[in-house]
Design a protein around this ligand. Structure first.
Ligand code: ATP
Ligand code: MG
Length: 370
């Protein structure tokens, strides 16, 4: 699939913008702080109804304006799909094919994107919540059910945490309502865990191949899921449910003492092993970068295998960060099959035939010329 047309109103530093894109490579060139990332952010937000760099939607609206609108036309194999997202104080309004979607989980997934930015190194180096966010956003793109289960899970989790806190203060030990919430939490938590295992199984296969290739056969990559309960990828849903029950029984009243839910997918993490060693702890900067790049390229393949079409790739300032070999691997692997948006302050020094046929846009203070 590719983004044919993008129209913005009051998005970040753009008043009004209308752009038509090339189905292969589009390069956005401009000095710092001119609005290059803002364009990629608008494309990402159009796809996922969420920004990649802020959870506060208000920041996306141009200063002193009431709303922002992003419209795009997505060209797929057999059809062209208009999408629209309006962000205002009242929240978000999302349309696919001009029809308003009552749930965002029904909106997300019609347009698939993969973003790769320097911050993505934090997936490897940063806190566990960044890896969980990575998992949730990526699975959500290919599975609306997962998004729905996640939002239910978090509702129940918040309720359960509030109850635990209240019980810990009042020293009330009647578990009737708590047990009901635990049951519901396990129900959704188990489904989430199953889906994560499935997703990681596929991602791992692609990422390992890509990593081996980029490292010129020197490094293996393994992704290990670290769960707060004792489970493995081979278990079925019923077994996972049993394990959650056992663990909740085992921790007994410790949750009431602490006033918080101690186990579940919201506490899990990922570990990346390069040549069998944890790359977060032992990896060099370069190995960590290769790991992040392998994950992103693997995602492209995963979406292709799940959806039957390649997603759109957004590369924010990453080419200059990669050495020649990685740069050339990246550009070689997208060549001709993935619509790609590249931002850069200068095209000099990026030598690859993929760029020769690209469409170039000059970005200056919220205006674009080409
Ligand atoms: P760099 O090369 O440094 O990454 P960039 O071209 O990617 O720069 P962007 O992050 O796209 O820059 O745009 C930053 C500009 O957008 C800044 O000048 C900032 O002041 C402006 N900006 C950000 N949010 C808003 C907003 N809500 N309303 C108006 N302007 C905004
Ligand atoms: Mg930028």
């Amino acid at each position: 699939m590719y983004l044919k047309q993008l129209d913005l109103v009051n998005f970040r530093n753009y008043d009004l913008l209308s752009l038509a894109f090339e189905d292969k490579v589009n390069v956005l060139i401009g000095e710092n702080a001119q609005g290059k990332t803002n364009i990629l952010e608008s494309i990402y937000t159009l796809a996922l109804a969420k920004s990649h760099r802020t959870s506060n939607d208000k920041e996306l609206v141009k200063w002193d304006e009431d709303f922002a609108r992003i419209e795009g036309v997505i060209q797929k194999n057999t059809q062209s799909v208009p999408m629209e997202l309006v962000i205002s104080k009242k929240g978000k309004k999302a349309k696919v094919n001009h029809l308003e979607q009552s749930k965002l989980s029904n909106y997300v997934g019609h347009f698939n994107v993969v973003m790769f930015a320097p911050e993505d190194l934090t997936i490897v180096k940063g806190a566990p919540q960044l890896r969980r966010r990575f998992l949730d956003m990526e699975i959500g793109q290919v599975s609306p059910i997962y998004l729905h289960d996640m939002s239910q899970y978090h509702k129940i989790l918040n309720q359960r945490n509030a109850l635990l806190k209240q019980m810990s203060i009042s020293r009330d030990r009647d578990r009737t309502f708590l047990d009901i919430l635990t049951e519901q939490l396990i129900d959704y938590g188990s489904k989430i865990l199953m889906k994560r295992f499935q997703f990681l199984g596929i991602l791992q296969k692609h990422a390992a191949d890509i990593h081996l290739n980029i490292s010129q056969n020197l490094e293996t990559l393994k992704i290990v899921y670290q769960s707060s309960i004792d489970v493995s990828e081979s278990m079925d849903l019923t077994k996972i449910v049993v394990h959650y029950h056992e663990k909740f029984d085992k921790i007994g009243s410790r949750e009431i003492d602490r006033g918080v839910t101690l186990i579940g997918p919201h506490r899990d993490d990922l570990c990346f092993l390069v040549n069998e060693k944890d790359v977060q702890v032992f990896g060099s900067q370069g190995q960590q970068r290769t790991t992040a790049l392998s994950l992103k390229l693997a995602e492209i393949e995963l979406i292709h295998s799940e959806i039957g079409e390649y997603p759109v790739l957004l590369l924010d300032d990453v080419l200059s960060e990669l050495d020649d070999h990685r740069q050339s691997h990246l550009l070689g692997s997208i060549q001709g099959k993935v619509q790609t948006f590249i931002t850069t302050t200068s095209i000099d020094g990026i030598e690859h035939e993929t760029l020769y046929r690209s469409k170039r846009f000059n970005v200056k203070t919220g205006m674009i010329t080409h």
